[in-house]
Ligand binder design. Structure first.
Ligand code: FEO
Ligand code: CA
Ligand code: CA
Ligand code: CA
Length: 604
């Protein structure tokens, strides 16, 4: 306790306690209101949610499932309004087991409802007398789905033969976006949606040639090496049964059209979203960016899988702050690089450019399009550093440094430990802080250090590393999303997944984490989610007085380990019915708005 007295942090709130129960908890003195839930109306005229009368038609106009990224665009654009804006929210995936009554085989209708539950929602919101509400019948209201949203492909891979399908012989138009995890808002107010685990939606057999006239064993699938590197086809969903394009044998190139960053103009609901292929194809966690001192945009993205890489994209052109339209195609030309961490505390950014050593025809790369379609394999050849699942990466505009969330990696063996991934069987994850030299985000080499090794610091088996001033509830496991507030202070949300019981024994939540001064590395617990949920999308308004939180998949993760429950959740019997607590309503992923009761800044 003496260390706690002498160590200062910039946060001033009373922390809550670890635990797990059916509801959410926020620090004393704060309000937490539900803004919108799965199934609530988004588009004008959408029906109210009725779990017994779900339909494709209704769901394409209602709020999707598993809200993940949350971005805020002030209105009018260019203002710093913290009382009126557009909320851009990703919908990552679906949990059919708690969405639909138990029945036999999946139906086309259920699959299409799930397709309509992926993508994004754009809402106009306003704060009146201290309370936020959704503007009804807003002209900005929009749903983007995996089912019926037409999306353009642009950049070096657009129109390439490997991007062409029977429905799109041009290779420039794709229907839908899916598994939209985290994202970003650009300086010109567009919304970036990251396509993460796209492999799970595809089914089929890579040992069979797509042409049925080719006998088995004579020729393999032409994309076998590429797809295998991404785990395509994983068949986690049965979309391919009803929509043949998700069957890699029926439509051999469709899976090359997912795994990208999608740019959406939330101010123009009629605009076509665009998949920006220059940013590479992998399991993009997010897409946060910063304007470099020279005016170029620098965008960071993690590839969230065990032993995958950290990427950076630097635009060729400069951001034009005065002419929004001049930035329209800025993300189509630039340099994608991948990180190699060195033991001396530096890292090198290795450019993924066709023709560089290794990225040549001998290895199957015939153009920059090939390098981007097979970003992972190109990064392998350059010697990038395999990381413990890179999730969010956020630049801090207040000090120019970057925070990298590495969520966990139970499969790292002792002989695979390195300085940037310092623990074997890493169940708890860690945070790295990266420092561009003289604040230059385009530099070829950055400095870095470990900020925190997550897990319980009082359990020697974790080998956790925190500031010793961190209290009993101030530590967490499995950092995933993060946010910086108006003072440049870091907040970290967690996703322990099914393993929460062994990672921390407590539900996921949001922690304040000091990065400066004597308190550097001190955590403090602010918010906790209901059982089986994870916390996504922390997002502050510019004044730091409102915090939007996305509570994802309540009742689903690791409920076997929930004391007193000990069985998987079902529609009929879920571990919690948060947030409605109505016996007729299933649990619903929802966006929560946190404000201080006295209206002050979040976190003090
Ligand atoms: Fe969708 Fe990496 O979390
Ligand atoms: Ca995530
Ligand atoms: Ca995660
Ligand atoms: Ca999740």
């Amino acid at each position: 306790e003496s260390e706690r007295e002498t160590t200062k942090t910039r946060f001033d709130f009373q922390e809550i306690t670890h635990g797990v129960d059916e509801t959410h908890h926020v620090a004393p003195g704060y309000r937490s209101d539900i803004l919108i839930r799965w199934g609530d109306p988004v588009l004008p005229g959408a029906p109210a949610f009725d779990p017994d009368r779900q339909s494709v038609e209704a769901q394409t106009r209602q709020f999707g499932y598993n809200n993940d990224y949350v971005g805020y665009v002030p209105l009018p654009l260019g203002s710093k309004s913290s009382e009126h804006g557009l909320l851009c929210i990703n919908h990552e995936y679906t949990n059919a087991e708690v969405m639909f009554p138990a029945s036999g085989a999946p139906t086309r209708e259920h699959v299409e409802i799930e397709m309509a539950c992926n993508g994004g929602s754009i809402l106009e919101i306003r704060k009146d007398a201290g309370r936020w509400s959704i503007v009804a019948d807003s002209r900005y209201a929009r749903r983007i789905t995996a089912l019926d949203t037409e999306i353009a492909l642009s950049g070096p891979a657009a129109g390439h033969d490997r991007m062409k399908t029977s429905a799109d012989p041009s290779g420039t138009r794709v229907i839908g976006t899916l598994n939209n995890c985290a994202g970003g808002i650009t300086p010109w107010g567009t919304y970036l949606m990251a396509e993460e685990n796209f492999h799970g939606y595809f089914s089929g057999d890579l040992n069979r040639h797509p042409d049925a006239t080719v006998a088995d064993g004579v020729a393999e699938h032409p994309e076998k090496r590429n797809y295998a590197r991404y785990g395509v086809p994983a068949g986690h969903f049965v979309w391919g049964r009803f929509h043949r394009r998700f069957d890699v044998n029926a439509e051999p190139n469709e899976a090359n059209r997912f795994g990208w960053i999608v740019e959406v103009d939330p101010l123009d609901p009629a605009s076509m979203p665009i998949k920006r292929t220059a940013l590479g194809r992998f399991k993009h966690e997010g897409a946060e960016s910063i304007v470099n001192a020279d005016g170029r945009l620098v965008l960071y993205s993690g590839d969230d899988q065990r032993f995958e890489y950290l990427y950076r994209f630097v635009t060729d052109g400069k951001v034009d702050p005065s002419h929004r339209a001049a930035n329209r195609n800025l993300l189509d030309a630039g340099t994608l690089s991948v990180a190699r961490f060195e033991a001396d505390g530096t890292l090198a950014w290795l450019p993924l450019i066709f023709g560089q050593p290794g990225l040549t025809p001998e290895n199957g790369f015939h153009s920059q399009a090939d390098v981007l379609i097979e970003t992972r394999r190109a990064a392998d050849l350059l010697g990038a550093t395999p990381m413990d699942r890179p999730e969010d990466v956020e630049p801090n505009p207040h000090n120019g440094r970057l925070y990298v969330m590495l969520t966990n990696n139970k499969e790292r063996a002792a002989e695979q430990v390195d300085s940037a991934n310092p623990r074997a069987a890493n169940l708890w994850g860690h945070l790295l802080e990266l420092t561009p030299p003289a604040g230059d985000h385009t530099a070829q080499r950055f400095g870095w250090e470990v900020l925190v090794k997550a897990g319980n610091p009082r359990d020697p088996a974790t080998a956790a590393l925190w500031n010793p001033a961190t209290g009993e509830n101030g530590w967490f496991a499995c950092p995933d999303n993060c946010a910086l507030d108006h003072q440049g202070r870091l907040w970290v949300a967690t996703d322990q997944g099914q393993a929460w019981h062994s990672a921390s024994g407590s539900a996921d939540g949001l922690w304040a984490l000091e990065t400066e001064g004597s308190g550097r590395g001190t955590g403090r617990m602010f918010f906790r989610v209901p059982v089986g949920a994870e916390l996504c999308g922390p997002c502050f308004t510019p004044d730091g007085r409102t915090l939007f939180l996305a509570v994802q998949h309540p009742a689903t993760d690791g409920t076997l380990d929930y004391p007193g429950f000990a069985r998987p959740s079902t529609f009929e019997d879920p571990a919690t019915r948060w947030p409605d607590f109505d016996p007729a309503i299933p649990p619903r992923p929802s966006v929560v708005v946190v404000t201080r009761e006295d209206g002050g800044p979040i976190g003090g």
